[in-house]
Design a protein around this ligand. Structure first.
Ligand SMILES: Cc1cc2nc3c(=O)[nH]c(=O)nc-3n(C[C@H](O)[C@H](O)[C@H](O)COP(=O)(O)OP(=O)(O)OC[C@H]3O[C@@H](n4cnc5c(N)ncnc54)[C@H](O)[C@@H]3O)c2cc1C
Length: 323
């Protein structure tokens, strides 16, 4: 039983890779469970990733609980809410932690509403204070940090914020199958078209070169792609150029895009709005190229080049290629 546990919950469509954000929330969950001297359990909805048992061992998971059901492959939000609510009724977890994927943004508030529990979204860090939790979260589109205090028995959703340290090693944990009746679930949200996430993911990239509105036109984005390729990295983008259709939404970095933490992040023609920085401020080194010396991005950057991106980028591509 899980009454005395911190439960992290993930769901994922793929069998091979790990669910998005699993390590982040296992790291947060382990810290909390350690402080409160509780078990850390990992609830996986849908196909069980091959690497889950080993990862669970490394994070000191006490119980790896797994719900396999056709309605969870791929996992629709209605099926997730139903499965977690059924789990809650049976196991009454002290606290449920999810990683703030697009799906989690839909599932967590609905689950909390269904259960009559508190929910905190956009969480960044958490501290146990007496019987409550204080959660620092991003608010107002990333402009502000707020601290919420909620009781145990809440649904908490965290965005990736910092590099996750190596977890150490432990014995693999065998998955415990759980089953709930999801037969009556009808998905009310139909996926018309999935974003194209083929190929390497920004989330895993060591080097990202991102372009913004300062590039001036969609054609100029090829300079970003060339520099990213020359450096062995991936191209990223700010939201306006995604909204304008210059690049696919899978390239968007930021609060409503991908949360990345590369070693090197090069921001080109990007102003440095807080919503963009939410997706790259955990980078090891930020380099900014902007023609406006007062652009906010220079406050975050370790190295800055003030000037016209369209003149600087070809030089950088040449220099990177020469190396
Ligand atoms: C709820 C919410 C969520 C959001 N989520 C995201 C998100 O996930 N990701 C995101 O990126 N944004 C997001 N935004 C939008 C965000 O607030 C900014 O509007 C956006 O990041 C600005 O994009 P930008 O820097 O490309 O464009 P701009 O703000 O227009 O900046 C362009 C920059 O380019 C510079 N420039 C212009 N010409 C040149 C040149 N020739 N050479 C060099 N520099 C030049 C300018 O000086 C300027 O600094 C969100 C907003 C809201 C309200």
């Amino acid at each position: 039983m899980a009454e005395n546990a911190i439960v992290v919950c993930t769901w994922s469509a793929g069998r091979d890779g790990l669910p998005e954000g699993a390590e982040e929330i296992l790291h947060i969950g382990r810290g909390l469970a350690g402080t409160l001297e509780k078990d850390l359990n990992w609830l996986i909805l849908g196909p069980l990733p091959e690497a889950a048992s080993a990862l669970a061992g490394n994070y000191g998971v006490a119980h790896l609980q797994h719900v396999e059901d056709a309605k969870l492959d791929p996992a629709g939000s209605d099926a997730c809410v139903e499965a977690i609510a059924a789990y809650w009724a049976e196991h009454d977890p002290g606290t449920l932690i999810v990683h703030q994927t697009g799906e989690a943004r839909v599932v967590a508030p609905r689950l909390a509403g269904r259960l009559g529990k508190a929910v905190v979204m956009n969480g960044i860090s958490i501290e146990a204070v007496g019987n409550n939790y204080q959660i620092t979260a991003s608010a107002y589109g990333g402009d502000t940090r707020v601290i919420y205090e909620v009781g145990a028995g809440s649904v908490l959703s965290f965005i990736a914020n910092a590099a996750v340290p190596e977890p150490g090693s432990g014995e693999p944990v065998a998955a415990e199958p759980l089953a709930f009746d999801l037969s009556a679930v009808e998905e009310r949200i139909k996926v018309v078209e999935r974003a194209n996430f083929d190929g390497p993911r920004l989330d895993d990239a060591e080097i990202i070169v991102s372009g913004g509105r300062g590039l001036g036109s969609a054609d100029n984005y090829k300079l970003i792609e060339e520099l990213a390729a020359a450096l062995g990295g991936l191209p990223g983008a700010s939201r306006p150029i995604v909204d304008d259709g210059w690049v696919d939404s899978s390239r968007q970095v930021g609060l409503t895009g991908r949360i990345t933490r590369p070693n090197l992040y090069i921001a080109v023609g990007i102003s440095g709005a807080s919503q963009h920085m939410a997706g790259c401020s955990a980078a090891g080194t930020i380099v900014a190229i902007n023609r406006d010396a007062d652009a906010a991005i220079f406050q975050y950057a370790r190295y800055g080049i003030q000037g016209d991106a369209l003149e600087i980028l070809p030089e950088l591509v040449r220099a990177a290629g020469a190396r």
